[in-house]
Design a protein around this ligand. Structure first.
Ligand code: RIB
Length: 290
């Protein structure tokens, strides 16, 4: 059983600020760093650090050598990544004094993913293999339908929210990782209990994982529902906490761990991530988590 992550690769331009800038305001930053990130890349690295073997697919530009090097150094298979004639995706990130962030994305090469390339990548996978998707590349709807035809097990982290989400066949997924905002968008409900109720009624075969920031995370699948409280830590930078959670959960589930074990370990890994600066670099190794 192979794991494929078809996802974004970004160069993160990170500005530390006292407070996140408001409309019409000009502010000074306290520091600047250029990091390796992208929800896709971060999740692949989390899977690899959790002990999983993962193939990453997606597009980068000529400026993306550092993205490839970082994936390779962390043991991710990069043989399916495509080089295109557009600059790599970028994220402009502000991180405030409480570790909270806000992110502006530039799609760049992430939106150079074509149907032909998707067909080529998926030809290497078959029934029972796992596919992980986020919402930062083009043609997600096509990837879902082709992977479903093949009988792959599909997990979606529908982040960031945009109008393309309306086109995705959520019922054909096996699992979904949402935060409360994404859950609200997909369910039309406001509070977490209602979100879980609505999503599980609408999609009875879906494994639903709802992360709830510094409070913890909910798990819902058929008759099983439980909540895992977050570890109390001092947040320095919350970037990639959700990606760490997703990657750890998927890797552990593939290793045959129970839902409880997957949730507990993913929660602990995400707590370690928020105590460190950066995206991919802040994701802990398994030895730090277990
Ligand atoms: O989830 C964090 C990631 O979101 C960042 O690394 C940034 O690149 C954006 O994709």
């Amino acid at each position: 059983m192979k794991i494929l992550n078809f996802g974004s690769l970004n160069i993160d331009k990170v500005y530390t600020v006292e407070n996140i800038v408001k409309g019409g305001e000009t502010i000074d930053s306290l520091s600047f760093a250029e990091n390796v990130g992208g929800k896709g890349l971060n999740q692949s690295i989390a899977i690899a650090k959790a002990g999983g073997k993962v193939y990453h697919a997606g597009c980068i530009g000529k400026d993306g050598a550092i993205l490839l090097d970082t994936l390779k150094e962390n043991g991710v298979d990069i043989s399916l990544i495509k080089l295109v004639d557009i600059s790599s995706g970028q994220a402009i990130i502000q991180v405030d004094k409480n570790g909270q962030n806000c992110i502006i994305l530039y799609h760049g090469a992430n939106y150079a993913v074509t149907k032909e390339y998707i067909d080529e990548v998926l030809s290497h996978f078959s029934a029972g293999d796992i596919l992980i998707l986020q919402n930062e590349i083009s043609h997600i709807d096509y990837i879902i339908s082709r992977a479903k035809e093949k009988g792959m097990k599909i997990f979606l982290n529908p982040s960031p929210i945009n109008e393309a989400l309306q086109k995705y066949d959520i019922a054909s997924l096996n699992g979904i990782f949402v935060n409360e905002h994404e859950g609200a968008y997909l369910s039309g409900k406001d509070n977490v209990e209602e979100i879980l109720q609505e999503l599980s009624t609408k999609y009875p075969d879906l494994e639903i994982i709802l992360t709830f920031g510094s409070k913890g995370a909910y798990y819902h699948y058929k008759d099983t529902q439980f909540f895992v409280p977050a570890h109390k830590v001092k947040a320095v930078d919350t970037t990639a906490a959700g990606d760490t959670f997703t990657g750890y959960f998927v890797a552990l589930q593939q290793q045959g761990k129970s839902a409880e074990e997957c949730m507990q370990t993913a929660t602990k890994a995400a707590a370690i991530t928020v105590t460190r600066k950066g995206a991919a670099a802040s994701i802990p190794q398994a030895a730090e988590v277990y």
